[in-house]
Design a protein around this ligand. Structure first.
Ligand code: ARG
Length: 442
């Protein structure tokens, strides 16, 4: 029973939150005349002693005492005697654990938001340095159209900004205090839930005691925001793995975030990127695990809910680690400009520019222009050259009206410079967006 029942092995991570909650509760009990201020003072002093014991690593955690709540209460009894027994008046472990866990998850939201800011700053730095750096844009991992490095970096800023806003939304939604809901039905003592709510930094007390003790939406919100964020991280991680390969050579990853092979001396492996890519597996797994734990649970508290913490702890640790590693990798990575530029020009990447030119210069319907461009691409392919390497005479055998002005649009710099539509890759757009994000993040 002890083995299956105890949660102290993991919920000791909420010790600080448990003490914070108990201090607020004791102060409120005294303010409402439910316990004496003498007892409240003794409780406060005892809890502070316990806090420093925990910080010094000297607290005697006991599996027999099941969880962090009973461990701390029992230690408080050792330290101050009888008044310790009054702390649990008008409270239950059910509202206590919901409160502790909310405080813990709220801290994680804040930490993630800060970490996301740092990551976005790293991408912004790359974008600034690479406003004019041309690289291939891909669809289906086939070269599609030239884009700028700055634009590609800002795509990730957009993603992580959405992650941040998801965290901010969820944090605002969760910020109600369960404390005082007691076991499930509230209490007959004249407590002041507004007082504890305020002391713990909540916006207001949770309005329904049954919901307050059985709600784990805040944990699910955290895991779902974390899963989406980890998904974004995995996409960048995958790009780093591809880009740093000998076949691509688009970027150099710093030695800080790669390892050598134990047998192949020439290898430099992007281990950190691969691990970031893999973390999404654990984080998504945690989300599905907790959704499944909560599914079909009748109101109010059931012990099933004790299984919530390990999922969230593991996901939070994994996400924080992945965010930190990605931030370092993005700061350090060096784009290989000549390789990127050369790759940008391969695969007839300016074929769309050619078709657009036919529409603009010759007033051709786009569908016809698409057809003519297809024929020119075929011609270049047959000759083993690129579009801009065809002669004007050759082009004119396909479409007589083509002039040598066409060559202007076949270069990758002209291609990206022309994409000035809102949200497009042109350097002038990228510069504007960088300014926008710098202001947004300052
Ligand atoms: N260790 C428990 C948990 O994490 C605390 C709440 C226990 N409540 C109870 N009625 N047994 O959920």
């Amino acid at each position: 029973m002890e083995a299956i029942n105890a949660s102290i092995g993991f919920d000791k991570r909420m010790a600080e939150q448990d003490i914070e909650g108990s201090r607020a509760h004791a102060a409120m009990l005294a303010a409402c005349g439910i316990i004496t201020s003498k007892d409240a003072d003794a409780i406060e002093k005892g809890l502070l002693t316990i806090l420093s014991e925990i910080e010094r690593g000297e607290f005697p955690f006991s599996v027999a005492l099941e969880d962090i709540h009973m461990n701390i209460e029992s230690r408080l009894t050792d330290l101050i005697g009888e008044p310790a027994g009054r702390l649990h008046t008008a409270r239950s472990r059910n509202d206590q654990v919901a409160t502790d866990f909310k405080l813990w998850v709220r801290d994680q939201f804040d930490a993630c938001i800060t970490a996301l800011d740092a990551l976005m700053h790293a991408f912004l730095g790359q974008a600034e340095a690479g406003v004019n750096v041309v690289m291939p844009g891909f669809t289906h991992l086939q070269v599609a159209q030239p884009v700028t490095w700055g634009h590609h970096m800002l795509a990730y800023v957009e993603m992580f900004a959405r992650d941040k806003s998801r965290m901010i939304d969820a944090r605002a939604r969760m910020n109600t205090s369960p404390l005082g809901a007691a076991a499930l039905a509230g209490t007959s003592f004249p407590i002041d839930r507004d007082m504890t709510s305020k002391a713990l930094g909540f916006d207001r007390p949770a309005a329904n005691s049954l919901d307050a003790v059985s709600d784990r939406d805040f944990a699910l919100d955290f895991l779902s925001a974390a899963s989406i964020c980890a998904t974004h991280l995995s996409r960048m991680a995958e790009e780093l793995v591809i880009w740093s390969s000998a076949q691509f050579k688009f970027v150099t990853i710093s030695d800080r975030f790669s390892t050598g092979s134990s047998i192949m001396p020439q290898k430099k492996n992007p281990d950190a990127a691969e691990l970031i890519r893999a973390k999404v597996g654990r984080i998504n797994g945690s989300l599905i695990a907790l959704l499944t734990i909560m599914k079909g649970l009748p109101l109010a508290y059931s012990k099933d809910m004790q299984e919530d913490k390990e999922q969230v702890f593991d996901a939070a640790d994994s996400l924080m680690l992945a965010l930190a590693a990605m931030t370092g990798m993005v700061q350090d990575m060096r784009p290989n400009e000549p390789e990127l530029r050369a790759a940008a020009a391969t695969g007839f990447s300016t074929a769309t520019d050619l078709a657009d030119w036919l529409v603009r210069a010759l007033d051709m319907p786009f569908r016809n222009a698409h057809h003519v461009t297809g024929a020119l691409v075929k011609m270049a392919e047959d000759q083993g050259c690129d579009l801009h390497e065809l002669t004007l005479a050759q082009m004119q055998t396909v479409e007589n009206a083509i002039t040598d002005a066409v060559f202007e649009v076949l270069g990758v710099d002209n291609s990206v410079a022309s994409r000035t539509s809102f949200g497009g890759t042109a350097p002038q757009n990228v510069t504007r967006q960088i300014k926008h994000w710098q202001k947004e993040l300052s």
